[in-house]
Design a protein around this ligand. Structure first.
Ligand code: CP
Length: 312
């Protein structure tokens, strides 16, 4: 029985602040386990989790698997290459066959928006969205919020600018929803072709000028230019994108204030973010990755209905 108001984690749209708060507090509690000599607790012993990845992933996939192992769950990894999907088996048949082997939870990443929701209609297992098309990537936004909250103590009233390819980004979709729910202010910035028309209706500010976003923000969440999702001609060239929207040391120094640099990874170094900024003291990119394990542990524990207050 889930300890959240939802049975599945499909996205942050409509997820109440109390749920987000509980996930972040639980993740903070569980994070201590990761630096113990033996970083393992028995909380999810007897629970079987299938990681169903139809798209490439490094961070999300490894951190879900680590989170499951740290909690003593049994884990099974599925990837399309080497599976019967290659022989034409449908998504529904794939999941129903896996479910017939008695599993409890499915973590799913897919290139189509809505696949996690679809799976809730064909299996009794708990579904966790690990990124669906351009729609949502809720655990990424939760780990981003956890990392900012660690820095600031609160998200309320803080200003986060999301820079780059907003149009193709599920990271932007989930961050906008989560940050606004938690009382932060959000600005999006990028070329007009990469910002969906009407996005202001979500409650965000929009600018097409990077220097304006840098002057406004307490933190920049710099998105990857998704060359694999992009139709041709959305910006003239990579060189021009870097000139207009690339985060460089010179631009950051011009703001004359402390500004936090985030990136969900993988980074296109020298395109959306220069290496000397990505690797600077202002960067919390690797803290985001560390917190990814704790956040995913929290989501697994809370959706399984275990009281994690006893695990710290
Ligand atoms: N941030 C993120 O989703 O990275 P991966 O694609 O490597 O999982």
């Amino acid at each position: 029985m889930s300890l959240l108001s939802v049975r599945h984690l499909l996205g942050l749209e409509g997820l109440p602040a109390e749920d987000i708060q509980l996930i972040l507090d639980t993740a903070e509690n569980l994070k201590g386990i990761l630096s113990r000599p033996i970083p393992k607790v028995p909380t999810l012993r007897g629970i079987t989790v299938v990681n169903l990845f139809f798209e490439n992933s490094t961070r999300t996939r490894i951190s879900f698997e680590l989170a499951e192992k740290r909690l003593s769950a049994d884990t099974v990894n599925f990837s399309v290459a080497g599976s019967s999907v290659k022989k034409g088996e449908t998504l529904k048949d794939t999941v129903r066959n896996i479910e017939a082997m008695k599993i409890d939870m499915v973590v799913v990443r897919h290139s189509s928006a809505g696949v996690p929701y679809f799976l809730t209609q064909c299996t009794d297992a708990v579904i966790i969205n690990a990124g669906d098309g351009r729609h949502e990537h809720p655990t990424q936004a939760l780990l981003d919020m956890m990392t900012l909250r660690e820095k600031w103590g609160t998200l309320k009233g803080k200003k986060v600018a999301i820079i780059g390819d907003i149009r193709h980004s599920r990271v932007a979709g989930s961050n906008i929803r989560g940050l606004l729910t938690m009382g932060a202010e959000v600005m999006v910035c990028g070329p007009r072709t990469l910002i969906p028309p009407g996005i202001e209706e979500l409650g965000v500010q929009v600018t097409y000028r990077l220097d304006e976003a840098i002057a406004w923000a307490d933190a920049l969440n710099v998105l990857r230019i998704q060359l694999e999702r992009q139709e041709k001609g959305l910006f003239p060239s990579i060189r021009e994108y870097h000139a207009e929207y690339g985060i460089t040391r010179k631009r950051i120094e011009r703001a004359k204030k402390e500004i936090i640099i985030m990136h969900p990874g993988p980074i296109n170094r020298g395109i959306e973010l220069d290496s000397d900024v990505a690797d600077s003291d202002a960067s919390i990119i690797l803290d985001q990755v560390t917190n990814g394990v704790a956040v995913r542990m929290a989501v697994l524990v809370l959706l399984s209905g275990f009281d994690a207050a006893h695990e710290s």
